[in-house]
Design a protein around this ligand. Structure first.
Ligand code: NAP
Length: 264
């Protein structure tokens, strides 16, 4: 299948590692030009090197900026060229008791997880509408509906994203612009792998045993009963970014291994 992404320019927030990096790689493999993002130039340089090794003819650049700092976001936005595909991927969380989560922590997660996409979309969506082509893809989480007790603030941000995304899709009526949300479930990023390795060492178990226990004891509703790979998540996001996904707009597409349940 030719995803028709040659010549398109994509910007992916939080993309020096994890799902964002896998999306960058996948879009580059399909011939898109990609701008990645992270908080430090060194991290971006390292990610660009790895992307160029994986995709030798990759046209990839980076823009530094932390989405927890409004001034840095303004500077970042001022550097953006015309963007055809915006992937609002950056996300942060803190596993902690609701009672111990401070106002500042609620606002920190809201700033990074929700306002990053709000600010970028406010700048880029009008330009996409004028160009009569564009893709905005928000990255939510299964936590939006599962709402684990130790992730109430994070889950709130991931539910908020669904409303923002659907609301922005209303602004695309009659155009070739779409706004959708991808909803990953538990995904084996470098961070998740490190977490599993640490737990395995602490409990004197193998990585496989720890992973099996996570799905039998914690994420019991998962039908997949394993972590998705970052590539599995990236493939769906890459499809949503392509001209082939033109009839999908205002949608929330699950990549959750069935954990969220429901028939829609
Ligand atoms: N992993 C999962 O199981 C899972 C499940 C469901 C949903 N999600 C969602 O998927 C998205 C990606 O998650 P992930 O697990 O792949 O993330 P991750 O591995 O933690 O990604 C880290 C990336 O985000 C960048 N980053 C972190 N904070 C940043 C900030 N304030 N400003 C700019 N960049 C920042 C990091 O760059 P530097 O370190 O270079 O600054 C790095 O590129 C998130 O929205 C997350 O909520 C993840």
């Amino acid at each position: 299948m030719n995803l028709q992404l040659k010549g398109k320019t994509a910007f992916i927030t939080g993309s020096t590692a994890g799902i964002g990096f896998a999306v960058a790689k996948s879009l580059l493999q399909e011939g898109a030009k990609v701008i990645i993002n992270g908080r430090k130039q060194a991290g971006i340089d390292d990610a660009i090197e790895r992307l160029k090794t994986a995709v030798p003819d990759a046209e990839v650049k980076g823009i530094v900026g932390s989405f927890s700092e409004v001034a840095e976001v303004d500077t970042l936005i001022a550097q953006l060229p015309h963007i055809d595909i915006l992937v609002n991927n950056v996300g942060t969380y803190a596993s902690q008791s609701f009672y111990e989560t401070t106002d500042a922590e609620w606002m920190r997660q809201f700033e990074v997880n929700v306002m990053s996409g709000v600010r970028l979309s406010r700048h880029l969506l009008p330009k996409m509408v004028v160009a009569n082509w564009g893709r905005i893809i928000f990255v939510s989480s299964e936590c939006a509906t599962l709402v684990p007790a130790d992730l109430v603030a994070y889950s709130m941000t991931k539910a908020a994203i669904l409303a923002v995304s659907r609301g922005l899709a209303q602004l695309t009526k009659g155009t070739n612009v779409t706004v959708n949300t991808a909803i990953p479930g538990s995904t084996l990023t470098e961070g998740a792998a490190q977490f599993l390795d640490n737990l395995a060492e602490k409990e004197n178990k193998s990585r496989d045993e720890v992973e099996t226990a996570f799905f039998s004891d914690v994420r019991t509703s998962s039908l997949l009963q394993r972590f998705a790979s970052v590539e599995e998540v990236a493939h769906t996001i890459t499809y949503l970014a392509s001209p082939l996904a033109a009839a999908t707009n205002g949608a929330a597409i699950k990549i959750d291994g069935g954990s969220m349940g429901g028939i829609l």
